[in-house]
Design a protein around this ligand. Structure first.
Ligand code: FPP
Length: 248
């Protein structure tokens, strides 16, 4: 269905909260360990938190939510954990597709699909197609994603266009490269949140977050709540952003 939730789109010029929030969902492993359970138990609990955060977005004016589900570095984890996460992603998509669509969520995936299994890729494609007409929340799931990898892949594609004579190298600038990034249709994130007390960005949206605000909170991802998400977005609204300029 096309634009079922168009009226929910934020058009209020007085809206000061973030339009695009990106989240590094960290702390699942520690959450499980604290309970004497295997790490995958924490990832399953983490997956259950996603729905609540997505469903909070329209209430607080967040139009785009981008979440870091699996990084290009996460393959270094044990085979059991990697296989468990891949299985979780397949089950998550199969199980949540209907609810996400019913809520008006448009789902996109970013990251390099080459190392992902065919079954998972098929589910990702189907979910993107199923939800392509929705506008209430734009949920982007970063899967086998790394910021440096994304810029390298974009550069390669741009170089191929130059080599083919389709792009004049003299015209290559920031805007030209952006067109080749996985996130080309998304606005830059305004706010990046990382849970679990680690103050790192771990190769997440490196290019896109050049002027983002950051919030590092101690909460482990499976404990992250609607209230905390709302509080962090409200705090963002009270900050002054200068994008390298000065206050006028
Ligand atoms: C980091 O916690 C989390 C991950 C590597 C996986 C994130 C995945 C989920 C939240 C679940 C699935 C999401 C979707 C969209 C289905 P960690 O394992 O590094 O935690 P630790 O630092 O405590 O070890």
């Amino acid at each position: 269905m096309q634009n079922r939730f168009k009226d929910d789109a934020i058009s209020d010029p007085a809206h000061t909260g973030p339009r695009h929030v990106a989240i590094i969902m960290d702390g699942n492993g520690r959450w499980a360990t604290q309970r004497g359970r295997p790490r995958l138990f924490g990832h399953h609990a983490g997956a259950r938190r996603v729905r609540e955060v997505v469903e909070t977005c329209p209430d607080i004016g967040v139009e785009y939510l981008t979440i870091f589900a699996f990084s290009t570095e996460n393959w270094k984890r044990t085979q059991v954990e990697v296989a468990g996460l891949m299985s979780l992603f397949r089950r998550y998509i199969a199980k949540e597709a209907r609810a996400l669509d019913d809520f008006g969520v448009r789902v996109r995936f970013i990251g390099d699909r080459v190392r992902l299994d065919k079954k998972l890729i098929k589910l990702m494609d189907e979910l993107e197609v199923l939800t392509s007409g929705n506008t209430r929340v734009n949920l982007t799931i970063a899967l086998n994603y790394g910021g440096r990898d994304e810029v390298a892949r974009a550069t390669k594609r741009l170089a191929l266009e130059v080599a083919a004579g389709n792009i004049d190298p003299e015209t290559v600038d920031e805007a030209a490269l952006v067109k080749f990034l996985d996130t080309q249709v998304l606005p830059d994130p305004d706010l990046v949140i990382r849970t679990s007390g680690e103050a790192r960005i771990s190769n997440f949206l490196l290019w896109q977050s050049a002027y983002a605000e950051y919030e590092f909170v101690d909460t482990l991802w499976p404990d992250f709540s609607r209230e905390e998400f709302t509080r962090l977005c409200a705090k963002y609204g009270s900050r002054e952003r200068r994008f390298g300029g000065v206050k006028t």
